[in-house]
Design a protein around this ligand. Structure first.
Ligand SMILES: Cc1cc2nc3c(=O)[nH]c(=O)nc-3n(C[C@H](O)[C@H](O)[C@H](O)COP(=O)(O)OP(=O)(O)OC[C@H]3O[C@@H](n4cnc5c(N)ncnc54)[C@H](O)[C@@H]3O)c2cc1C
Ligand code: FES
Length: 270
């Protein structure tokens, strides 16, 4: 029977990987999810808990995909606590994807915003020169550094980690590093996913220097398919029109980086 991507497909978790004390990767078999484009997401149903949007993580094994979840509130904690052999529902994939330029590329990821960046790395060609910036609060929250290096083993590349408290890598905010790098050299494309303030500053740094830049927006999502309106960013719906938007478009959006909607749909300052 043909799969209806708006109906949850039930998958069994085959492996659980501890990335940090609060972040885990759950691996499952699913041909459709194993082939999603970078930037696309799924709606994940945790039985008896809730459904939440998640970027689709790469898996080293063919035919497999994964979710990398940070334990936060009830839904993400429910997913974080799923064990090998237990089942979840997955619908999608939804959303558009990054427009990957060729040449000198800069990828910027904060926290689980690194998930779509890791998938993007699997699409770069070996002639691309790639810089990956990983932002974290402290050393124990750094993950995917080794994975980024191994995905880029055939490229000229560097992976730079910055921690807010300086306990590992460079000290300071990842956005300060972005500013420094785009001042030093021209990039053909800059790609970012993470906290919206981080994305806002990255987009500003690149766009103001006429560098092509795209951000994958993580807004409050309920339906994931453009019906409920909970993910609106100005006139855009992040789930339907994004999640990937380019800097030119975002520079004209008055909500991006300034306001977000809470669970009740009320506009709040960041
Ligand atoms: C496209 C997309 C991809 C995402 N990918 C990942 C990922 O790969 N890994 C990961 O750990 N998290 C990811 N998230 C965030 C994740 O969906 C939320 O953190 C999660 O839903 C929080 O739910 P909670 O019940 O644990 O937290 P709550 O305590 O209910 O909320 C904590 C915070 O999480 C955010 N949040 C809550 N509910 C939602 C929701 N339905 N949609 C979006 N944000 C919400 C809000 O900022 C809220 O303030 C993604 C979000 C989006 C929109
Ligand atoms: S999540 Fe419902 S419209 Fe985007």
């Amino acid at each position: 029977m043909q799969r209806n991507h708006n109906h949850p497909t039930i998958v069994t978790i085959e492996k659980v990987i501890d990335e940090t004390p609060t972040v885990r990767t759950l691996v499952f078999s699913d041909e459709v999810m194993s082939k999603v484009l970078p930037g696309q997401f799924a709606m994940v149903w945790i039985p008896g808990v809730n459904e939440l949007p998640m970027s689709v993580m790469v898996s080293e094994e063919s035919g497999k995909a994964a979710f990398t979840v940070r334990k936060h509130g009830p839904a993400s904690t429910g997913l974080f606590n799923i064990k090998t052999g237990e089942q979840i529902g997955v619908r999608g994939p939804y959303g558009n994807s990054f427009d990957l330029k060729k040449g000198k590329i800069l990828l910027v990821g904060g926290g689980t915003g690194l998930v779509p960046m890791m998938r993007l790395l699997t699409f770069v060609s070996s002639s691309d020169n790639v810089t990956v910036l990983i932002g974290a609060k402290s050393k124990e929250e750094v993950f995917f550094e080794d994975l980024a290096n191994s995905l880029l083993e055939n490229n000229t590349h560097r992976v730079i980690v910055s921690t807010d408290d300086g306990s590992y890598g460079e000290k300071g905010f990842v956005t300060d590093l972005v500013e420094k790098l785009v001042d030093e050299a021209h990039y053909d494309g800059v790609y970012v996913c993470g906290p919206e303030k981080m994305m806002y500053k990255t987009v500003q740094s690149a766009h103001s220097r006429n560098i092509f830049v795209q951000a994958s927006l993580e807004r409050m999502m309920k339906c994931g398919v453009g019906i409920c309106g909970s993910c609106c960013v100005g006139a855009d719906l992040a789930c339907r029109d994004g999640t990937v938007f380019d800097g030119e478009h975002l520079s004209k959006n008055n909500e991006f980086g300034h306001f977000h909607r809470n669970k009740a749909g009320i506009l709040e300052n960041y």
